[in-house]
Write a protein that binds this ligand. Structure first.
Ligand code: HEC
Ligand code: HEC
Length: 310
C-alpha cells in the first residue's frame, strides 16, 4: 500500500512537471549582505537629482506588485515618462530587460533610470559624490566591498543583488504545480482555457512571459495616438514595429494599469484585448472571468528580504 501511494504521489508530481509553466524555485542564490545594501539604495531618493525619486517610486514592491499605479511613470521635477513601468519582481527571470529588450542584463538595465533625465536624472560622478559624502554609506560599502571610496559599479552591483532576491515563490498556482495545494474547479478551468485558446504560446515558462519578443497586434493593428519605444525604435527595421517583450504574468492582479501604454485599466480589459489583438478572437464575459480567476492565483509570496532589517 505504501508503495502504491508513493508511486501515485510521484506520478502526480510528474504530471505537473510536464506543464508549460514552471514554479518559481523556493530557494534562490544571492549575496545577502550585498542585497541588503541594494535594498537601502533601491528605496533611497538620494540617488535622484532633486532627491524626490527612488527606484521604489515607480516600482512599488509593497503596494502594487513592483510596478507603478500611474499610466506612465513620473520622475524628478514631476517629469512625465513615456511608457508604463513594468514590475521588478521576478525581473531576474526575464531574458532581457525593458519593454523593447534593450538591456540584456539587470546590470545593463540598472544604470538606465539613474541616468534618464525624466527618471532620476543623475550621472556616475554625481552618484559617487553624494554617497561618498555620507559617513554611513561609506561604512556600509566598506563592510561589503572593502574599499575606501564608493564606486558607481558597486552601487549597481548591490542593487542588482537586491533584484535577484526579488522573487515571489509559493503562489497558489505554483503550489498546485508542485502538488501541494488544490485550486478550485473554476480556477483550473480558467487555466485550461488559457492553454486551449493559445495564451500559453507566448506566456509560458517560469515567468509566464519574459522569454520572448512578440508583435503586439498580430491579428489587428494596435493603434495608439502616441509612439512608444518598441523594438523598431532601436533597430530601425519596420518588421519590429510594435514588437515588445512578452511581459510576465506573475502577480498580475496587483500591477494595474496594463500594457506598455498603460491603457488597460483592469484584468478584464487586458484579457479581452489580448484575445482580440493576439489571438483574433472575442471571448464571452464568462470566458474572460474564468481566465481572470486563473490569473489571480499567480500572486506569490513577498520576497523574504523585504522583512529584513536593512
Ligand atoms: C521615474 C520612474 C522610474 C524610476 C525612478 C525607476 N524606474 Fe525602472 N522602469 C521604469 C519604466 C517606465 C520602465 C520601462 C522602460 C522601458 O521599457 O522603456 C522601467 C523598467 C525597469 C526594469 C525592467 C523590467 C522589465 O521587465 O523589463 C527594471 C529591472 C527596473 N526598471 C529597475 C529599476 C531600478 C533598479 C531603479 C532604480 C535604480 C528604477 N528601475 C528606477 C520606471 C522607473
Ligand atoms: C502572440 C503572443 C501573445 C499571446 C498569444 C498572448 N499574449 Fe499577452 N502579451 C503579449 C505581449 C507582447 C504583451 C505586451 C503588450 C504591450 O506591448 O503592451 C502582452 C501583455 C499581456 C498582459 C499585460 C501585462 C502587463 O504587465 O501589462 C496580460 C495580462 C496578458 N498579456 C495576458 C494574456 C492572455 C490572458 C492571453 C490569452 C487571451 C494572452 N495574453 C495572449 C503577447 C501575447
Amino acid at each position: 500500500m505504501k508503495y502504491i501511494l508513493f508511486i501515485f504521489l510521484t506520478l502526480s508530481n510528474i504530471v505537473h512537471a510536464t506543464e508549460p509553466i514552471s514554479p518559481i524555485p523556493c530557494k534562490i542564490e544571492y549575496d545577502r549582505q550585498k542585497a541588503l545594501l541594494g535594498y537601502r539604495l533601491f528605496v533611497d531618493t538620494t540617488l535622484s537629482s532633486d532627491k524626490t525619486t527612488s527606484c521604489l517610486s515607480c516600482h512599488d514592491i509593497f503596494q502594487t506588485g513592483g510596478a507603478d499605479k500611474n499610466v506612465v511613470s513620473i520622475g524628478v521635477q514631476n517629469r512625465i515618462g513615456n511608457i508604463q513601468s513594468p514590475t521588478v519582481l521576478n525581473a531576474c527571470y526575464n531574458f532581457k530587460q525593458f519593454w523593447n529588450g534593450r538591456a540584456r542584463t539587470l546590470y545593463e538595465q540598472a544604470s538606465g533610470p539613474i541616468h534618464n533625465p525624466v527618471e532620476m536624472d543623475m550621472n556616475t560622478s554625481k552618484v559617487e559624490k553624494r554617497l561618498n559624502a555620507s559617513d554611513e554609506y561609506r561604512k556600509l560599502f566598506h563592510n561589503v566591498y572593502k574599499s575606501n571610496s564608493i564606486k558607481f559599479s558597486q552601487v549597481i552591483d548591490a542593487i542588482v543583488e537586491f533584484e535577484k532576491a526579488l522573487t515571489t515563490p509559493n503562489s497558489r498556482f505554483d503550489k498546485y504545480l508542485n502538488g501541494e495545494d488544490v485550486l478550485t474547479k473554476d480556477e483550473i478551468a480558467g487555466y485550461n482555457l488559457f492553454k486551449q485558446i493559445g495564451c500559453i504560446t507566448c506566456h509560458n515558462g517560469v515567468n509566464i512571459g519574459g522569454n520572448a519578443m512578440q508583435k503586439f497586434g498580430l491579428f489587428e493593428e494596435y493603434k495608439n495616438a502616441h509612439t512608444y519605444p518598441d523594438l523598431y525604435s532601436i533597430t530601425n527595421d519596420p518588421v519590429y514595429k510594435n514588437v515588445f517583450k512578452v511581459p510576465t504574468l506573475r502577480n498580475i492582479a496587483q500591477t494595474a494599469p496594463y500594457l506598455h501604454d498603460g491603457s488597460a485599466k483592469t484584468l478584464k480589459d487586458v484579457v479581452q484585448q489580448m484575445a482580440r489583438y493576439q489571438l483574433g478572437t472575442k471571448l464571452s464575459d464568462k470566458e474572460i472571468d474564468s481566465i481572470v480567476l486563473f490569473l489571480k492565483t499567480l500572486d506569490g509570496q513577498l520576497p523574504d528580504i523585504l522583512s529584513q532589517e536593512q
